[in-house]
Design a protein around this ligand. Structure first.
Ligand code: ADP
Ligand code: MG
Length: 237
């Protein structure tokens, strides 16, 4: 659509892929287009978010349309809510089916921060959102623990899976946050291990990063199929 192209240009949004959904003009469109629950819109208002950031305008509709997404936007541009929001919309409510969404973070500190952000957005709704602590990774009874969204470093997740107590075969959403860091030499193997463990054939994967080194492009192509690529601003800026 011509109108979408003009709007994207105004917001410095670059896209590639087939059948890309229209960017968001406002948060209110989340309700009219995607029937997003009111509690989520209320939480956005409470957080003081008036307008979506450029990455949110384009990548949220991509993910809500059930498309895989490969997103690159500068640090501080609101990438966390870009992937947390569609997860909460799509999960709808808590379930006893085990872990349904996994967010991989390169550091424990980022995992803890993402957990806090996720809980802020989910406020008022009963979801079990957990950070994989050292204690939790060692625990033997993951199957008895309620968990809708699990946020972890690749190492802790690999450790828990290897113990045979964590089943990720029902995961519907897998996010690789700061994927430029996740794909650095020391973590690449652990990331691949987790990607394989999330064996649900209808899983929706997404990659987020602030820079686009070749390794990210390469891994994005091997990990995802028919992904929509969303880049804000200039490459590597
Ligand atoms: P990134 O992951 O892209 O580096 P973050 O997701 O950490 O950025 O977001 C940076 C800051 O912007 C956070 O404090 C977050 O609460 C805030 N933020 C996110 N989306 C919006 C929005 N639409 N309007 C205002 N502030 C926002
Ligand atoms: Mg971030």
């Amino acid at each position: 659509l011509e109108r979408d192209a003009i709007f994207r240009k105004e917001h410095n949004i670059h896209v590639s892929g087939s059948n890309i959904p229209s960017p968001l003009h406002s948060f209110a469109e989340l309700r009219s287009r995607y029937k997003c629950r009111l509690y989520l819109l209320r939480n956005l208002t409470e957080l003081g978010f008036k307008e979506p950031t450029p990455i949110q305008r384009q990548a949220i509709p991509v993910l809500l349309s059930g498309r895989e997404c490969f997103a690159c936007a500068p640090t501080g541009s609101g990438k966390t809510f870009t992937f947390v929001f569609p997860i909460l919309v799509k999960l709808k409510h808590t379930s006893k089916d085990g872990v349904r969404a996994v967010i991989l973070s390169p550091t424990k500190e980022l995992a803890a921060q993402t957990t806090r952000e996720c809980r802020k957005l989910a406020k008022g709704k009963k979801f079990y959102i957990r950070s994989m602590t050292k204690q939790l990774a060692k625990s033997n009874d993951f199957s008895k623990l309620r968990c809708d969204v699990l946020i972890s470093t690749p190492l802790r997740l690999q450790f828990a899976i290897r113990k045979g107590k964590l089943d990720l075969s029902r995961v519907e959403f897998l996010v690789l946050d700061e994927s430029d860091k996740l794909f650095e030499a020391g973590m690449l193997e652990q990331v691949d291990f987790v990607v394989k463990a999330c064996s649900n054939p209808s899983i929706l994967r997404s990659l987020f990063s602030a820079t686009l080194p070749d390794i990210v492009e390469d891994r994005a192509r091997t990990i995802m199929h028919d992904a929509v690529r969303v880049i804000i601003g200039r490459k590597n800026s």
